[in-house]
Ligand binder design. Structure first.
Ligand SMILES: [Zn+2]
Length: 561
């Protein structure tokens, strides 16, 4: 049965039907309801977000014989002419295929003539940034003195390529990418109307793949529907078979391998993924965003940032409880390094395999099961020797210098209670870490006493002077096996200092060594502000991830020798 492509069939016919661009459609509707409109509009935004649809609705609304509060009626003769593409007065030009000056010249000549069957002539120029310079100049001439019966709607995905002279003559509207949830909800509506049975998980997988564009989402849904046999419920597996993304199940299997520190199992899962045709770079990126999801589940309010169906959320919550937030932070950063390595290598599979082995060889949780005795017996993994040349360059070197992966530093600060099962002793413990009221071990007391010497040490290093005021904000708050945890105040300055020191924990370790102090691995944390948990904690963690994964993080950790 031949049927119209979904995205054509489902094209919105009124402003109200346009999904996720209320800031644009409300303004347009209000202006049109009051008969206020301009002669040149510029619609900017990513592909598939509704620019051309809105241009067509605008064309109908200004020409409609019975407009209703700025919306076209979609029933009058004008609306019907435009809707069916039969009107001579709505002219669509695709600049991507009509780059020439001839088309614009032609436009310039004809623009003078009054419309034949409508009130206004509407020129919709799609991908306007593709016009050649002479074409832009010709267009500019027209925009400078537009005839009263003409309206231009210019649409572009790359507004910076549109000359300022053109932009300044247009009223600009910015279209936004849609959230995964907005897309999924719309897909559910469309599916119901067409009688497709699609699971929520499958819809979310499609929505995620569409990356904010409704048109792409509808095309993908079309493909998935065509792939599955008729009459059968379309599952996540169907969607993934078409989309080529790794299924959550595979990630859950990887999580389990990592939690059990079982590299063999992880490599088996990788093998399956490779055989399913999964692209390795995409896999690493997906795994990163998977760990990010887990991380967000550990911070208050973080869940709201996840566009996931409830069923998936429930599964992920369970998994997240088995990971330490410091491990997840480290893993995200580490995978960024792996992704970077994939650019350079001729053997991507090997790089990913080595990466997985490393993920599995690092304890994912500080204390294993939440019920484990809180004896502080956890010992951080020894810093691993640099791998064979290939692995430890650039960003990955950063990953190697990351906080003791799995170190419990996050428990006192960034990670708030409430999302993980915590025994009463765990709560008591994080309080103790923050305020350190309990008996301080002689080792820790010694470090606290020696701390001014560390500050002094940096003050006297010409090349590391800037570290002194940062280190001065820290207090040794805890010893975890061989790891010394430095606490920073939960103020903006404290957080900044913490970030900077965190990138240079090797320097602090070197300082301890030079001063003849006990050799500890160093990690950092933000202290809790008294008893009140900071509601902004979640967002702060997100920022941290962004900073650490983002480019421009200084990589140099070498002490001046
Ligand atoms: Zn109408």
């Amino acid at each position: 049965m031949a049927r119209l492509a979904l995205y054509r069939e489902e094209r919105p016919r009124t402003f109200a039907e346009v999904v996720g661009q209320e800031h644009v459609t409300r303004t347009l509707r209000n202006a049109l309801a009051q008969n206020r409109f301009t002669h040149a509009y510029l619609f900017c935004g990513p592909r598939g977000t509704g620019k051309t649809s809105c241009a067509r609705i605008l064309a109908k609304a200004v020409n409609c014989l019975h407009p209703r509060q700025g919306e076209p009626c979609n029933q009058c003769r004008s609306c019907e002419l435009i809707q069916s593409g039969q009107s001579m007065d709505v002219i669509e030009i695709d600049a991507a295929s009509n780059r020439g000056i001839d088309e614009i010249r032609d436009l310039r000549d004809k623009v003078k003539f009054a419309p034949t069957d409508l009130r206004y002539k509407v020129y919709i120029i799609d991908e306007v940034h593709m016009l050649t310079e002479p074409a832009f100049n010709a267009l500019l001439k027209t925009l400078e003195e537009p005839p009263a019966h003409v309206i231009f709607v210019l649409a572009t995905t790359e507004v910076h390529k549109v000359p300022v002279t053109i932009r300044s003559r247009c009223q600009r509207y910015d279209f936004h990418r849609l959230s995964t949830r907005q897309i999924a909800e719309r897909l559910a509506e469309v599916s119901a109307r067409h009688g497709f049975q699609v699971t929520e998980e499958a819809l979310y997988a499609i929505a995620r793949q569409a990356e904010g564009g409704m048109r792409d989402a509808l095309s993908l849904l079309d493909q998935v529907v065509a792939y599955a046999e008729e009459g059968r419920t379309i599952t996540l597996e169907d969607a993934l078979a078409v989309l080529g993304a790794a299924s959550l199940d595979r990630f859950l299997a990887l999580d389990e391998a990592i939690r059990n520190r079982d590299p063999g199992q992880a490599l088996l899962v990788l093998d399956q993924l490779v055989r399913e045709g999964k692209d390795l770079r995409q896999l690493v990126r997906d795994l990163m965003s998977h760990f990010r999801d887990l991380l967000l589940l550990q911070v208050p309010g973080g869940e709201a940032l996840l566009d996931l169906p409830e069923e998936t959320l429930a599964q992920l919550r369970q998994v997240a409880a088995g990971f330490d937030s410091q491990y997840l932070l480290w893993a995200v950063k580490f995978l960024a390094g792996v992704e970077n390595d994939l650019r350079l290598t001729t053997n991507p599979r090997l790089v990913v395999e080595v990466g997985l082995i490393r993920l599995c060889s690092t304890p994912p949780a500080a204390s294993g099961a939440p019920s484990a005795s809180a004896g502080g017996e956890w010992v951080p993994p020894a810093p691993q020797a640099p791998g064979p040349g290939r692995e430890r360059r650039g960003a990955p070197a950063q990953a190697a210098a990351a906080p003791g992966p799995g170190s419990p530093a996050g428990r006192a600060g960034t990670q708030e209670s409430g999302h993980r099962p915590q025994g009463p002793e765990a709560g008591a413990r994080s309080g103790a870490a923050a305020q350190a009221p309990g008996p301080v071990s002689p080792e820790l007391a010694a470090m606290q006493q020696a701390w001014p010497r560390v500050v002094e040490f940096f003050r006297n290093q010409p090349k590391a002077k800037s570290m002194a005021p940062l280190v001065a904000q820290a207090t040794p708050v805890r010893l975890e096996g061989r790891t010394l945890v430095l606490g920073f105040p939960p103020t903006p300055e404290g957080r900044t200092a913490r970030d900077l020191v965190h990138r240079r924990t090797k320097w602090v370790e070197a300082a301890l060594n030079r001063l003849g102090l006990p050799e500890y691995l160093v990690t950092t944390t933000i202290l809790e502000p008294g008893e009140t948990a900071e509601p902004a904690g979640g967002l702060d963690l997100v920022n941290l991830i962004r900073q650490r994964v983002g480019p421009g993080v200084p990589v140099e950790v070498k002490e001046d020798e």
